[in-house]
Design a protein around this ligand. Structure first.
Ligand code: ADP
Ligand code: MG
Length: 642
């Protein structure tokens, strides 16, 4: 007993938006199914809620589910739910209009937007879910009956400007949306949406954790042991519904966490740490994050994907959501499920969304706290973790100044204190000598070159502990971070070093220094000139005990390793000249002084100067600019002494 059909026009703005949706918004057409399933799931949620509040509601909420039906002959795909349904007024209001304030303004902005990408970003702020059906269908038929009412409504449109609406009898409560599919066209990104495998794949990818069963009538081939013959019909539930993150922690076992982690990370090992949290308040979300036990092979590649998966109310939105994790926590895996975002949210909008930034800040704190707890409670596990991710975590010292303090507490570094074990900065500070005001460190390529570098000599002799930093990133943060616990960081290869204990009578010492400088008064300027191509100054050192010379930088000069790193990255940077420091007590240095005093024009002197410089460079693990020449000068020198 169908009543008369009424044809209505879409609201003008709706029509414009419709055209946009169909033609330009989504590059990925598969997502229409995600949108329709999400609407169906919302409708089931609403029915569940309403039947709880209103026990008189004449509706059956006993088996809430979503059904997908592919009819190959009619070329239709139907998404059906037994949820809340809509009244006729609701259909007109919700489907015929975009009942969202600011739609007009949005359209204005879209018109102003310079390109498609900008328009897409704007649209990402608004839900246009239902209309995405027109990307794949040239006609959409919606049948619906509001639970608790008698009158059903049929709505139909080709998405071109008008829709038909009429009352119909005999509909079950809930909604069905039937898509009259356009022919598959791979060039246009239109897959065969009647193919069972395709439907399964889309559901698995986007809707696996929808909490209601998504069922589909399937063709089954009988098991090999069973009777053969024609395929039999069956009903399959396509989604796992296992959204672990939405369950209370107490109800999830370690094994389930591990299994889930392995599923999303493709890692064979169980995670080192699991973080499961729920945030309530004006922006609700759940997060289930994992710190892997081992670093992926591409942790340092430029292309490495970072970030966690983003869901909105259990609907998968995107992988590698970089807006939710900073780069230095790119090894963290997991899921964030936000409740109040549009399904169509874009990466760009996420990057600038204030609430998302708040979520990210919160997640970072949680991850760092978990790492810190591990450091406190599980030394062995922490050592392993630091071995895997320490280098990346140190990038955070540069990237995330707000958390630098926490990150400094996490740093674990080799040190001259113990050849086997690393130290934390806290432990280092605890061992600092009276009167020591800085945290001493030396950077280099390997522990051996750093340990044996001449710069270490006086520090070793006086018993000062020096951190041995051999990660490329150390070069940068140690320079950039002003202090830890009130103690500044001081590279022992930079600036002036004065290790003489102040208690030992300053005056005497000052006098001694002045005298030495007078003694070398002629040699130093001469050497500075002779080596002017290579160094900016030659001066006396107080950091050497056994070596004759070493090279140091000015306080803010780039270190040679850093220079090399920049060059390796293809950057053109001027080479930084360093300072050559001489050990006034070394026999070679005193002999050089005497020789210079005796005859400042001795032709051997410039060559010896070059050898002293070259040896200092070699001793710190540096590369000689002209090794062949160095070697020849050295051989000549040696043969003349025999
Ligand atoms: P959104 O889901 O972001 O609100 P949509 O365009 O997907 O936007 O849907 C518009 C509205 O239509 C929904 O908010 C809902 O009120 C209604 N609706 C759509 N599909 C259904 C359904 N299966 N059952 C009940 N109501 C629905
Ligand atoms: Mg929707």
């Amino acid at each position: 007993m169908a009543s008369s059909v009424e044809t209505l026009e879409f609201q003008a703005e709706t029509r414009q938006l419709l055209q946009l949706v169909i033609h330009s918004i989504y590059s990925n057409k598969d997502i229409f199914l995600r949108e329709l399933i999400s609407n169906a799931s919302d409708a089931l949620d609403k029915l569940r809620l309403e039947s709880l509040i209103d026990s008189d509601l004449a509706a059956d909420a006993s088996d809430p589910h979503i059904t997908l039906e592919a009819d190959k002959e009619a070329r239709t795909l139907t998404v059906r739910d037994n949820g809340i349904g809509m009244t006729r007024e609701e259909v007109v209001e919700l489907i015929g209009t975009i009942a969202k304030s600011g739609t007009g303004r949005l359209l204005e902005k879209i018109k102003e937007a310079k390109d498609a990408a900008a328009a897409q970003n704007l649209i990402g702020q608004f839900g246009v879910g239902f209309y995405s059906a027109f990307m794949v269908a040239d006609k959409v038929t919606l049948r619906t009956r509001r639970a608790g009412t008698d009158e059903g409504t049929l709505w139909e449109s080709d998405g071109e400007g008008t829709y038909d609406i009429q009352a119909v009898d005999g509909l079950p409560a809930g909604t069905s949306v039937t898509l009259h599919l356009r022919p598959a066209d791979t060039e246009d990104g239109l897959a065969d949406y009647l193919a069972e495998w395709k439907i399964r794949q889309i559901v698995k990818q986007y809707s696996d954790f929808i909490r209601w069963p998504i069922r589909m009538a399937t063709e089954r081939t009988p098991a090999a042991d069973g009777t053969d013959g024609a395929p039999v019909e069956g009903t399959d539930t396509l989604n796992s519904m296992k959204a672990l993150w939405a369950r209370p922690r107490s109800e999830v076992s370690e094994a389930e966490y591990s299994e889930f982690y392995q599923q999303i990370s493709h890692d064979r090992l169980a995670p080192a740490e699991t973080i499961h949290m729920r945030a309530e308040g004006n922006f609700e979300y759940e997060a289930l994050l994992f710190i892997p036990a081992q670093a992926p092979f591409d942790l340092f590649s430029q292309e490495t994907r970072r970030g966690v998966q983003l869901y909105v109310k259990r609907v998968f939105i995107m992988d590698d959501c970089e807006a939710l994790m900073p780069n230095y926590l790119r090894f963290v895996k997991g899921v964030v499920d936000a409740h109040d975002l549009s399904l169509n949210i874009s990466r760009e909008i996420l990057q600038h969304d204030r609430q998302i930034r708040g979520v990210r800040r919160h997640l970072v704190k949680k991850v760092l706290r978990a790492v810190k707890d591990m450091q406190a409670k599980n030394a062995e596990g922490y050592t392993r973790l630091w071995g895997q991710f320490g280098t990346v975590l140190k990038e955070g010292l540069l990237e995330d100044p707000d958390n630098a303090e926490t990150l400094l507490e996490l740093v674990s570094a080799a040190s001259t204190h113990d050849a086997e074990k690393t130290t934390t900065l806290r432990e280092y500070v605890g061992r600092m000598k009276d009167g020591q005001d800085a945290i001493y460190y030396l950077t280099g390529e390997t522990r051996a070159t750093v340990e044996n570098s001449p710069h270490m000599e006086a520090f070793a002799a006086k018993g000062y502990e020096v951190l041995i930093l051999t990660d490329p990133v150390d070069e940068v943060w140690a320079e950039r971070i002003p202090a830890f616990d009130g103690h500044r960081f001081q590279s022992i290869a930079k600036g002036q070093v004065d290790l003489d204990e102040p208690a030992d009578g300053d005056e005497q010492d000052e006098a001694g220094k002045a005298r030495r400088e007078q003694d070398f008064g002629a040699l130093l300027p001469w050497l500075t000139t002779a080596l002017s191509d290579r160094v900016k100054e030659v001066r006396l050192s107080s950091r050497l005990t056994t070596s004759a010379a070493c090279l140091v930088g000015d306080a803010h000069d780039m270190t040679p390793t850093l220079e090399k790193m920049y060059r390796a990255m293809g950057q053109q940077i001027p080479s930084v000249k360093r300072i050559l420091e001489l050990n006034p007590a070394h026999p070679l240095v005193t002999a050089l002084r005497s020789a210079h005093e005796a005859n400042a024009d001795d032709p051997a002197l410039p060559e010896i100067a070059e050898l002293v410089y070259g040896s200092a460079l070699l001793a710190e693990g540096g590369d000689l600019p002209d090794p062949a020449r160095f070697s020849r000068l050295l051989m000549d020198r040696l043969s003349s002494t025999l």
